[in-house]
Design a binder for this molecule. Structure first.
Ligand code: GLN
Ligand code: ZN
Length: 763
């Protein structure tokens, strides 16, 4: 039978134990020893579980207290001086790099975080600078290997490869780029190989996901040189080059000739990998780790497709040289559907989380060696389940399908043009120069959280709940009037989360109790599952907004989450193209926009916090595979409004240099975004591209409790109006205030409003 493997396993614990332990350790409620012991116990459970499920290639070192990329930096001794100089023990130095360190007269900032390819996981970006001396610094990798050996399990240790490490690190030296570090870094990897050889390790998995992105000629040469050197030192150790999230078209031919013992390819997101094998063949001396069970989705595997795929592979690779693998680490899916006690069977049977995926690998291996697998009971059941989901008419909204298929270009073009409607809007709204506003949410106090919980548990009636929420709305409207803000918000007290809240009010979404997935550090999110066609059950925010507007003469911004963000922060169904799902959500949110407009709301903000997140990894695919429909979906939401209604949008990042045209093409009237942290460099980009939409680049960072001073904000505003047309500039914080405390929020906003007032007097 084919051997089985996983690229990595979730590490947070089925009940998010690791999160709780790490937090307790920070609060000094758990000792370092206890933390280490607990972690070892968790690793043991994960290894044993995989062993029980016949996984031959069980990963180790996929565990981490914070982030495996940071672990790699630590292992390679890539530790910034500020953190080293804190003179802490190893673990605390590590946490200082991850989270920053402020104690006594020490003040070391955390390393920045970035999105891990096209997932919602974030890795810590190591800093390589003049002080960096590469050497083998940490023994976690070897300790964990030994730990498993003591349990009778010979694991396959997992590390990030040198190429991906260098490409994704920040290199802050005057005259060096990552090409200059090849030799130094190779030495450390050789030492690491030597240590593993001493321990009699059989395999090592080297993750090089950067290989699925666009690589230039120089990159490819660098990759080849790097591994030619490195692989000379592998001795008895077998080296698996593991890739995921796409195909490796730029290096496949080269990788096939290098001295790797095995190649790990993703045949799901990397559909083209099969074409590469068909074209160039697969080297006879290597093992193929075939990624066929999806590490990113939560749906049951389609055995028919998997077996057909394996059939194609077998034309080029002998069966006994194929290892059945997950497409990427299972880190990106929750633990087990068994924890979903409240979920109805009819839904649950369509889902496979990490544990269920282990079973699927087993099933596929069994079926593969069954002569007439089509007659096998497991196969038949699987075929039925897959088919049933596609045909389940409970989740099929026929009229909606027609609407999605039938919308016209005219439905996504707003009339009249930006230039003429913005004039009408200015006349109607009569806002002062440099209007001030916020992004939507105000601090979510314990009071609000408890209230929501009580409502969810049925402890208070919906009338009582609404009454309370409205009290909060009235309070926050008064507060904003007192502070002198120009465009007010209702505060979003009714929302726990900007996606979940809308999901709960739309049909077609399914929620889990324990479907946690790691997002950054030990923080997790619980993405809803898009199960069926999406329609609006009833008006969602309209009552709250109309109420808020009735309390004030100033305009109150309606606050909605956009279709692309709702889609990107959910697990999507796979029987429909993503574009169709986005259009379905767009039509639902559009109905909400129309209702808000009808109830007298003059400004409506449609948040697209996550628009950039699912941009394809290869630039060539940006447009036709994503941006074209993503932008259309957004336009479908708002294009039908009257010229007098002002449409805002908000995004959580400012790195949109390369998609700036598309952002303008969303055809909103105003966009607010994060800019405070990036030195306002975005302003030049806006100028260079003649950006048409009005802009509110955030004037202070809400991710920190720090209160920005009035003068500091004035300076920023002056910079903004020196570069941009003053008539186009809005003044606001850089994101929602939900995670902040009330006191600092009021102090910060007051400074912001004062700063604007003083500038207005001068202009
Ligand atoms: N309107 C949302 C808020 O203020 C936006 C949040 C976000 O951009 N992530 O909370
Ligand atoms: Zn934001």
């Amino acid at each position: 039978m084919n051997q089985l493997s996983t690229v990595g396993f979730p590490r947070i614990g089925a009940q998010r134990q690791l999160k709780k332990w790490v937090e307790a350790y920070f609060k000094e409620k758990l000792s370092m020893d206890e933390l280490q012991q607990n972690a070892a116990e968790l690793r043991k459970q994960h290894w044993l579980l995989q062993q029980q499920n016949n996984i031959a290639f069980i990963p180790s070192n996929d565990f981490s207290f914070y982030d495996t990329f940071l672990d790699m930096a630590f292992l390679l001794n890539v530790i910034p001086e500020v953190h080293r100089n804190l003179n802490l023990n190893k673990l605390d130095t590590y946490f200082a790099m991850a989270k920053g360190y402020q104690k006594g007269n020490h003040d070391a900032r955390a390393l920045p975080m970035k999105k891990w390819f096209n997932t919602n996981y974030h890795y810590i970006v190591p800093l390589i600078d003049g002080q960096t001396r590469f050497k083998l610094n940490d023994i976690k990798l070897f300790d964990e290997y030994n730990e498993a050996v003591a349990l009778g399990i010979k694991t396959k240790p997992v590390i990030i490869g040198p190429f991906t490490f260098l490409k994704l690190s920040k290199i802050d030296t005057k005259d060096k780029t990552y090409f200059n570090y090849g030799e130094e870094i190779t030495k450390v990897y050789s030492d690491l190989f030597a240590r593993l050889n001493k321990l009699n390790a059989e395999y090592i998995q080297i993750d090089e996901p950067i290989l699925v992105t666009d690589l230039g000629k120089e990159d490819v040469e660098f990759f080849v040189t790097l591994y030619k050197t490195l692989l000379q030192d592998k001795k008895n150790l077998k080296v698996l080059l593991q890739t995921y999230f796409g195909d490796i078209r730029d290096v496949y031919e080269k990788a096939a000739t290098l001295d790797f013992d095995a190649l790990g390819l993703d045949f799901l997101e990397g559909g083209k990998n099969i074409k590469l094998i068909e074209k160039f063949g697969f080297p006879r001396d290597k093992i193929l780790f075939a990624g066929i069970v999806n590490g990113k989705n939560i749906w049951i595997n389609n055995y028919q497709s998997s077996l057909e795929l394996l059939g194609l592979l077998e034309r080029h690779v002998d069966r006994d040289r194929i290892v059945l693998n997950t497409s990427c680490s299972l880190l990106h899916v929750p633990y087990t559907t068994a924890s979903e006690k409240q979920m109805e069977k009819k839904y649950k049977k369509h889902l496979a989380f990490a544990e269920e995926k282990l079973k699927e690998l087993n099933d596929i291996a069994v079926l593969l060696q069954t002569d007439n697998y089509a007659l096998n009971k497991k196969y038949e059941e699987n075929i039925l389940s897959v088919k049933e989901k596609l045909e389940n008419n409970v989740i099929f909204a026929e009229n909606l399908r027609k609407d999605v298929a039938g919308f016209l270009d005219a439905d996504i073009v707003r009339q009249p043009s930006f230039e003429s409607r913005i004039k009408e809007q200015k006349e109607r709204l009569q806002l002062p120069a440099l209007p001030t506003t916020t992004i939507g949410s105000f601090p979510q106090t314990d009071e609000v959280r408890i209230l929501r919980k009580k409502f969810k548990n049925g402890e208070i009636s919906s009338d009582k709940y609404n009454e309370k929420i409205k009290e909060k709305i009235a309070e926050i409207i008064r507060l904003q009037e007192d502070m002198g803000l120009d465009v007010l918000v209702h505060g979003e007290f009714e929302r726990n989360d900007m996606v979940e809240y809308f999901g709960e009010n739309l049909s077609g979404f399914l929620f889990t109790q324990n479907g946690w997935v790691q997002s950054y550090g030990t923080r997790c999110v619980k993405p809803p599952i898009i199960f069926g066609d999406i329609t609006r059950k009833k008006p969602i925010t309209v009552d709250y907004l109309a109420y808020a507007q009735s309390l004030t003469d100033k305009p109150v911004k309606g606050m909605l989450t956009g279709p692309v963000t709702i889609l990107n922060w959910s697990f999507p169904r796979e029987d429909l193209p993503l574009s169709d799902i986005a259009y379905q959500i767009a039509l639902a949110i559009k109905a909400e926009v129309q209702d808000l407009e009808a109830r007298g709301i003059k400004i409506i903000q449609i948040d697209e916090a996550a628009l950039r997140e699912k941009l394809p990894l290869r630039k060539k695919d940006w447009h036709h595979e994503y941006l074209s429909w993503a932008i259309n979906a957004f336009r479908l939401v708002h294009s039908s409004v009257q010229s007098l209604t002002q449409i805002h949008t908000h995004m959580c990042y400012s790195e949109f240099e390369d998609i700036i045209k598309e952002i303008d093409a969303m055809d909103a009237d105003v966009i607010t975004f994060e800019a405070a942290k990036t030195d306002l460099s975005i302003l030049d980009v806006l100028v260079a591209h003649n950006f048409r939409t009005e802009v509110g680049p955030g004037v202070y960072d809400i991710h920190s409790p720090r209160i920005p001073g009035k003068e500091e904000i004035k300076e920023i505003i002056v910079k903004m109006i020196n570069k941009l047309e003053r008539e186009k500039v809005w003044v606001n914080p850089d994101c929602g205030l939900k995670t902040r405390g009330m006191q600092e929020t009021v102090a910060s906003l007051k400074n912001m409003v004062e700063a604007v007032k003083e500038i207005r007097e001068k202009i």
